[in-house]
Design a protein around this ligand. Structure first.
Ligand SMILES: [Zn+2]
Length: 259
């Protein structure tokens, strides 16, 4: 059973002491591909060296995270953009998006940064990995002009809250990223998924080091635990874990064009 963790920040300081062991544990559980979204310029070196240590396993994305957007975002974007040469290692533009939960000071800047990075995704034919928290109306306004374009990607960390899932699913080239939230006792996500989302629209992720699934809730999350997310997804759709793994893994390979 092969699983892809489509969203994992294993280059984070939280893994400074045992990164290689964390990757080995993931592989031992069948998690053979680890897709890593960038945060900002300050994380790029750590991200790239993590991916160089494990070629064919760890894959980097390039992007500016909405919580890293501030008054200097134009310079930050220019520096990141220089990475996109004719040959580059990036499998996606991510993570990008809008986050008005923590702070709305740079609301307009977040929107401008998202718009620019949507253009990169189209220009370089890369999927977009989107983070959205308390900003779905604004996100949907940003995406609307691109409905008829080849823009594709993942709505990462989908929780079932704050947005009508039909509006996200109406973007037919987009998938939903499901993480440990699906295992939380009070989550509405299992009910939303079962009643309204075909399993064919899903990929699984951890968002390590955050959002560890039950039974690891509250601990540091790591990619091996994506198997707990996968098992919960299988239970919701009443299919074997192997079947849930097959569907979500094929989705990930197709979306991110990894081999
Ligand atoms: Zn993330």
């Amino acid at each position: 059973m092969m699983i892809v963790d489509t969203h994992t920040h294993l280059f984070d300081d939280a893994f400074r002491d045992d990164f290689d062991a964390v990757v080995a544990r993931a592989q031992a559980t069948g998690v053979e591909k680890l897709l890593m979204p960038n945060i900002d310029c300050s994380t790029l070196d750590d991200l790239l060296s993590a991916c160089r240590r494990h070629p064919g396993v760890c894959y980097p994305m390039l992007g500016l995270h909405p919580t890293s957007v501030n008054a200097g975002f134009r310079e930050e974007l220019s520096a990141l953009r220089l990475q996109l040469k004719d040959t580059h290692p990036y499998i996606a533009i991510g993570e990008v998006g809008l986050d008005f939960y923590w702070d709305t000071t740079f609301r307009e800047e977040q929107i401008a940064a998202l718009n620019e990075q949507i253009c990169w995704a189209l220009e370089f034919d890369l999927p977009l990995v989107i983070h959205c928290r308390k900003a779905f109306p604004e996100l949907l306004s940003c995406l609307e002009p691109y409905r008829q374009t080849p823009l594709r990607g993942v709505f990462h960390s989908f929780t079932g809250e704050d947005v009508d899932v039909e509006q996200l699913l109406s973007y037919s080239r987009f998938l939903l990223g499901i993480n440990g939230v699906v295992t939380f006792k009070k989550s509405i996500l299992p009910a939303v998924l079962k009643s309204r989302v075909p399993i064919e629209r899903l990929v699984v992720e951890t968002d390590s080091p955050y959002l560890a699934p039950v039974p690891h809730r509250g601990q540091r999350n790591e990619s091996a635990y994506v198997s707990d997310v996968l098992r919960k997804v299988a239970e919701i759709y009443e299919v074997a874990p192997e079947e849930a793994a097959k569907v979500t893994t094929e989705n990930a390979f197709r979306m991110f064009c990894i081999v």
